[in-house]
Design a protein around this ligand. Sequence first.
Ligand code: DAH
Length: 346
Amino acid sequence: MKELESILAELTQKVKTATDSNELNAIRVEYLGKKGSISLLTAKIGELPQEEKKTFGAALNQVKNQAMELLEEKRKEMEEKALNEKLSQENIDVTLPGTMIPSGAPNILEKIIEEVEEVFMSMGYDVVDGPEIEEDKYNFELLNIPKGHPARDAQDTFYIEDEKILLRSQTSPVQARTMLAAGGNTPIRMICPGKTYRRDADDATHSHQFMQIEGLLVDKDISLSDLKGTFDVIAKRLFGEDVETRFRPSYYQFTEPSVETDISCFVCKGSGCPLCKHTGWITVSGAGMVHPNVLRNCGYDPKVWSGFAFGFGAERLAMLKYGIHDIRTFYQTDLRESSTFDRKDV
Ligand code: DAH
């Protein structure tokens, strides 16, 4: 019995000072394992005189249970301690400001193009597409600009193969493609936004890659006043209901007569400011009545059909609308720029 008492005292002490679960396991094996001191004592019961067997057996059982309880208690204590330590390390300060995740902004060119598309779609126009790698035939010849014509000089073109295949210098070839595909006997109302390319040196107002929004309407009895009315609607929808419009004579090979389309300056309302270069007016597109040669080249009889066409510079529209001063802004990936536009525009 004495031995039992000292075993229990010893074990209690060891459990008390144990610092981790490995140590605790070692104690369990030392006392309760197959060859542990408590287990060995159990084997000795048989050697005891009959009258002592019962009391010793009961005492041994009690010690065994106590030992198991002590070990279990300590195990729980250790687990709890570890958990508390972990929790205190992972303490979250809910008053700390969160990490700012910058939000994306829609591309400003896409936005202006979508706006223009919406206005024209509401007037029954289709939005069509054309190839950026184009044939000289569509980019120039069908549009009344034959080889060697000085009008080609204004569009210093990137040629890809001989003088036949090029990067389109304007979206106007889509006019020719659309008319040819329509077969010369149906009216057309289309706009085509898209990338264009010219061998221009990049500066604040020039970019070797830029975007145009082409438009074409072909029908019977179409006159310049239809173009004026259409332009008036788009100008007001894009720049405000109080904007006025005017046409100035111009020259394009594929339209006759040709015009530059102006809107009254929406900043100074016509009194003169730096944006309108103190003229009170801002030019936003080239346009005109489709040249009879172009109609004929593309399968439409100019005695029956007439139409108007126009070409907006998409960057120019965006620059005017959002007060951007450098066209290169669109092609340099400075996220600060687009997020600023976004905020202004929400
Ligand atoms: N393609 C012309 C350019 O790039 C713009 C233009 C002018 C398009 C008049 C037209 C138009 O459709 O009628 O300078």
